[in-house]
Design a protein around this ligand. Structure first.
Ligand code: AR6
Length: 177
């Protein structure tokens, strides 16, 4: 039985099998959690990302998809990069793209045989996704996948700040295991 929990932490400090990066389509780094992960992992991560194939010029990972690399200097041996949707009012497929991020990350984790995965609140920073709606999608989607993927034992929803943490606590309380 998988365990889902919310913690307030810097995701780069967590000793899990994989940390998830809320990246942009270039996979070449950015601000927010992406910047923190690249800083902590060191230049080897950027080099590995740069070597990933481009699906079109400048795009290594379209929104909703995921790619896996090593963790380099992180404690976590793997980083799974995903690109959330930019919030544009909700009528542009944002919910389906965000659910796709969670599904595709977990598909890669399963394929790699990973047992613990830490997610940040994908799209809830500069991409502007409303927090309550995003946390509902995160928890519902992850629960749905884990019901069919018992090998993944632990999911940590990593929260930067009280607002996101209480949104996850509310959602996890509403959807008990
Ligand atoms: N640990 C955990 N969570 C963090 C950390 C950290 N070290 N740092 C920030 N957060 P964002 P997005 C939280 O903006 O909205 C980048 O520039 C943050 O408080 O990092 O998906 C990429 O390159 C927020 O709750 O990601 C893209 O261009 C959450 O992580 C763009 O931002 C996500 O915020 C992606 O935007």
């Amino acid at each position: 039985m998988s365990v889902l929990r919310a913690v307030q932490a810097d995701i780069t400090t967590l000793a899990v099998d994989a940390v998830v990066n809320a990246a942009n389509e270039t996979l070449l780094g950015g601000g927010g959690v992406d910047g923190a992960i690249h800083r902590a992992a060191g230049p080897g991560l950027l080099a590995e990302c740069r070597a990933l194939p481009q699906v079109r010029p400048g795009v290594r990972c379209p929104a909703g998809q995921a790619r896996i690399t090593a963790g380099h200097r992180l404690q976590a041996p793997w980083v799974i990069h995903t690109v959330g949707p930019v919030w544009r009012g909700g009528g542009h497929g944002e919910a389906e793209l965000l659910a796709g991020c969670y599904r595709n990350v977990l598909a890669l984790a399963q394929k790699q045989g990973l047992r613990s995965v830490a997610f940040p609140a994908i799209s809830c920073g500069v991409y502007g996704y409303p927090v309550a709606a995003a946390t509902a999608i995160a928890v519902t989607t992850v629960r749905g996948v884990l019901a069919r993927t018992p090998a993944i034992e632990e999911i940590i929803f990593t929260c930067f700040g009280e607002t996101i943490f209480s949104a996850y606590e509310d959602e996890l309380g509403r959807q008990p295991a």
